[in-house]
Design a protein around this ligand. Structure first.
Ligand SMILES: [Fe+2]
Length: 202
């Protein structure tokens, strides 16, 4: 990228005075289940290795050298629930179709989500990797970031900041039957949902 080019928002040119990162580049996982983790990430995100040996894998799906690095560290303790810190990472797909077809493809591999939820700003499907780390696949429900932010300011988001659960296979069936993505991404109104109790155990 041209070093003098303005930083772009999702909706177009938006010159910024602040020097900020252009994107999140990657995350790194230490694991004692290297032989399970590497194929899982390759399968789930259709990644390939830009480097791979018996202890280290750099995985990517695009121009970046690696989006995920996985490091074999024997005798690691498993990640633990109930501990403060990193909770999940989210990957954005280009369309609801791409998200739901990916979910369908993963079912054939026996990889199933623990939660599918329309948050309002996004439609999201959550998985656990073999170590139990959570990864989210999402699609933006609005064409612009501004519209998504505006939704988060509505009273219906204040009373339910978590979302409305959905069944991915059913949503894909409706999409294939001819309903529009825009219509299927509208979050239904189910009234209040508590932030503390509303998240599933996953
Ligand atoms: Fe998220």
């Amino acid at each position: 990228m041209n070093a003098t080019a303005p930083i772009l928002s999702r909706t177009g040119h938006e010159p910024k005075a602040k020097l900020v990162p252009s994107q999140i580049a990657h995350f790194v996982l230490y694991t004692k289940r290297f032989a399970e983790m590497v194929p899982w990430y390759k399968t789930v995100f259709q990644m390939h290795a830009s480097h791979e040996d018996e202890n280290l894998a750099f995985l990517t799906y695009d121009y970046e050298h690696h989006r995920v690095a996985i490091v074999q560290v024997p005798h690691m303790k498993d990640p633990q629930d109930g501990v403060a810190g990193f909770h999940h990472v989210a990957f954005t797909y280009r369309s609801l179709h791409d998200l739901l077809v990916t979910h369908e493809r993963l079912q054939t591999h026996g990889i199933r989500p623990y939660w599918a939820v329309n948050h309002g700003p996004t439609t999201s499907v959550y998985f656990r990797d073999p170590d139990g780390n959570r990864v989210e696949m999402q699609v933006d429900n609005f064409d612009s970031a501004e519209e998504g932010i505006a939704f988060c300011r509505l009273p219906e988001f204040a009373e339910n900041p978590i979302g409305v659960d959905f069944e991915p296979a059913e949503l894909l069936r409706r999409l294939r039957a001819g309903e529009t993505e825009a219509a299927l991404k509208v979050r239904p109104n189910i009234g209040p949902r508590d932030l503390k109790s509303g998240f599933p155990a996953g």
